[in-house]
Design a protein around this ligand. Structure first.
Ligand code: GCW
Length: 721
């Protein structure tokens, strides 16, 4: 037997042996599990380099740093790690604000200039001791989490020279949490905010929430649903908000609220909420002053106005700018911001819904105050499994545009499908809008490199609930993680993010990381294939959005139906948004419009988004559209089968509890992928009049069966009040 076979055998035995001792895990600890390093040589190196640590300075944030280091290092090194109280460059790890570290080497001092308020430096001195420093305490905390990540992911820490700063200023979670603790589009239980027991009862989860967010650089959280309830602005609720803000502050996490535009009427007893009415303006000025008296670092308001029944300035014949600017003026003296959402579609306009946000907001470019963001969803319809980048990103150069991604999987399998979203986020962030020539990617537009803006930002609609593992699906945690990492640096790759998340959340075992990373990276495309291949969109069940519903045609509004979007007929399939159709392609820069409007150059992944294509049209594969559609759906189902096989191989590596959870969920995913595939092909087949390709398995059930399924208590539905 040669040496390498020997080695392989030994590692297999080791895995089998260790497998017996893997403790069940609930997933509560997320990626901050701080389990001991398994590689003995590395463990020795870490213990030598970090026999103890010193934290210089005093503040609530540095207190959090101390706790994290003590807990983290002791866990990872498997021994209690000492904190040295005395200032010293000689003992292991020293962390603190640059102004507190007198012994900083000159090159480190020079590096501080580029760091801003949140960046950090991690550096090895000649004796290998480590320094983490920053201009502000929060930068120190971010640096500490970064070092803990290096240890958790088993990296060499003897040649560190890291300088790291976020690319965007505001990196926010948006909770669609209601005050009654239901969560709109939430699939992980109820809201983690226990409003009833606040402000006196501080659930330990609030602290762990702040830690988890700080560990990935998220620096703000909008606590309440954009379908807003004015009650949160009442004095007793503001006390509750203050209690949360106090818990979050040491972790650099600011609180924001959603502002219901009609609050002056509902809460203030005024007759109107007209933004030009002096009494209304004064009401907001007073309310804002009241908030800042309680929460001096309150972040500001997120507003959904004149959209899906929410009140807004248009109800008083005023514009979005009138509404946003009124609120912006109220928060400006305190340094607050207004995030005004662009997710609007008119109740009256019969136009292509994909065009409406652009039509309403593009003419307003340049009219918003400097502290207003226009928060734009990644695509022009609504968080579909795949959407081309929203045309507004290239159309408001004088306005700070904030990206809104959805982390919760409203349209991507909700609580049961494993879909790693980083590749979807990256597809949009890396998309070139050509606004100022080649290279004007969405990422560069929102980070202010294409046009400079005073402030920049990104938001992710949270997938967090009170389930023990926070996100319901254990892999939902990866999407929270990936959002945070991309919010910090949109140039990171999906692969790198998946790798670090897997190593911290599950195991550093090589074959596990390689196999599951691949599974994660393929999962989005797989989901798109079994749900909405080739640019199909908005064909899910009505209301709850759970499962397929391409037949949905009877709704109060045409643009809530599926038939409006897929436009299947005997000739073909897809929404014609070329100049011969709705003309939506013209909302993009000429270079992009040209690519999207021609059938030949339009990428297949967006084909049916922009074109009504004949069933017999030849695709790149040489197949007809109908055949391609059939094979894509089938590929999707096979993709999930493959995921199940890959997961089954990890039984010995993953703890039993999480192994089983994922195993059961993947089984559901396969069932649901098959449901999507069968029902969509039966449905579209009625129009194409063509048979399924012979090598595909025909659905067992009739279309009527699928149409009659009903899910009255599907989770996450929008409450009606
Ligand atoms: O996608 C739709 C969701 C609504 C949501 C809305 C929005 C908060 O189905 O539940 O409401 O988008 O983004 O405002």
């Amino acid at each position: 037997m040669n040496i390498s076979i020997n080695k392989t055998l030994i590692s297999i035995c080791l895995i089998l042996f260790l497998g017996q001792f893997i403790r069940a895990e609930s997933g509560y600890n997320l990626w901050l599990r701080y389990t001991p390093v398994s590689d003995a040589a590395l463990l020795r190196q870490y213990r030598n380099q970090i026999p103890g640590f010193t934290v210089l300075g005093q503040s609530l944030t540095l207190e959090a740093v101390r706790k994290e280091l003590k807990n983290g290092l002791s866990g990872i090194l498997g021994v209690p790690v000492m904190e040295y109280p005395v200032l010293s460059a000689k003992k292991g790890l020293s962390v603190g604000k640059a102004s507190d570290l007198q012994f900083l080497p000159a090159d480190m001092k020079a590096g501080l200039k580029q760091l801003g308020k949140e960046g950090f430096l991690i550096y090895n001195l000649e004796n290998k001791n480590i320094i983490i420093t920053a201009n502000e305490d929060i930068g120190v905390l971010y640096g500490v989490f970064y070092l803990l990540k290096l240890l958790q992911t088993e990296k060499d820490i003897s040649h560190l020279n890291i300088s790291n700063t976020p690319k965007l200023d505001l990196r926010l979670l948006n909770h669609w949490d209601n005050l009654d603790r239901t969560v709109e589009r939430g699939y992980a239980g109820f809201s983690i905010w226990d409003w009833h027991k606040l402000p006196d009862y501080i659930h330990p989860r609030y602290i762990d929430y702040a830690r988890a967010n700080a560990s990935i650089g998220i620096n703000g959280t909008v606590l309440t649903n954009v379908n807003a309830n004015a009650l949160v602005l009442r004095d007793d609720y503001l006390e509750k908000v203050k209690a949360l803000a106090d818990v979050f502050r040491p972790y650099g996490l600011k609180v924001y609220l959603t502002a219901r535009f009609s609050a002056p009427v509902e809460l203030g007893g005024l007759k109107t909420a007209d933004p030009q009415d002096p009494k209304v303006r004064q009401w907001w000025v007073d309310k804002v002053a009241e908030i800042y008296a309680l929460i001096p670092d309150f972040g500001g308001f997120l507003v959904k106005a004149n959209s899906e029944g929410q009140p807004g300035p248009q109800s008083y014949n005023r514009s979005h700018a009138d509404g946003a600017n009124m609120l912006a003026d109220a928060v400006l003296p305190f340094g607050g911001v207004i995030m005004w959402r662009a997710f609007v579609y008119s109740e009256h306009k019969p136009d292509d819904r994909a065009m409406q946000a652009y039509d309403e907001f593009n003419p307003l470019d340049g009219t918003f105050r400097e502290n207003v963001f226009i928060q734009v969803k990644n695509g022009a319809i609504d968080f579909q499994p795949r959407e081309p980048a929203h045309p507004l990103f290239g159309a408001m150069p004088q306005t700070s545009l904030m990206m809104e991604f959805q982390i919760t999987q409203e349209y991507l399998g909700q609580g049961t499908h494993l879909v790693y979203l980083a590749p979807m986020y990256k597809e949009v962030l890396d998309f070139d809008m050509f606004t100022k020539g080649k290279g004007s990617t969405v990422g560069k537009i929102i980070d202010g490199s294409v046009e400079p803006h005073k402030k920049t930002g990104i938001a992710g609609v949270s997938n967090i609930g009170n389930d023990i593992n926070w996100t319901g699906h254990p892999f939902g945690q990866a999407n929270w993680y990936a959002f945070g990492r991309l919010a910090w640096d949109h140039d990171l790759s999906s692969e790198a993010i998946a790798e670090e998340w897997l190593r911290m959340t599950f195991s550093n075992e090589k074959s596990f990381v390689a196999d599951i990373k691949k599974l994660m990276l393929d999962s989005h495309e797989t989901c798109v294939n079994y749900m909405t291949p080739l640019g199909l969109h908005h064909i899910m069940g009505a209301g709850h959005h759970y499962g397929p519903g391409p037949w949905v045609s009877d709704m109060p509004r045409a643009d809530w139906t599926s038939v409006y979007y897929h436009k299947a007929d005997e000739k073909g399939l897809g929404f014609d948004r070329t100049p011969d159709g709705s003309g939506a392609t013209a909302q993009y820069a000429a270079e992009v419009a040209k690519i999207f409007s021609s059938l030949e150059s339009c990428p297949e992944k967006y084909l049916l988004w922009f074109h009504h294509v004949q069933w017999t049209e030849k695709m790149a594969s040489g197949r007809t559209l109908w055949e391609e559609l059939c094979y894509r759906y089938d590929d999707g189902v096979n993709g999930v089968k493959k995921m199940r096989d890959t997961w089954a191989k990890q039984k010995k590596i993953v703890d039993e509890e999480r192994y089983k959870q994922v195993d059961m969920l993947l089984k559901i995913q396969e069932k649901e992928a098959t449901w999507w595939c069968n029902s969509c092909l039966l449905y579209f087949g009625q129009f194409s009049g063509l048979e399924l390709p012979e090598d595909l398995i025909a659905p067992e059930k009739e279309l009527e069966y699928y149409k009659n399924l009903s899910f009255p208590y599907a989770p996450g539905i929008r409450p009606r009040w």
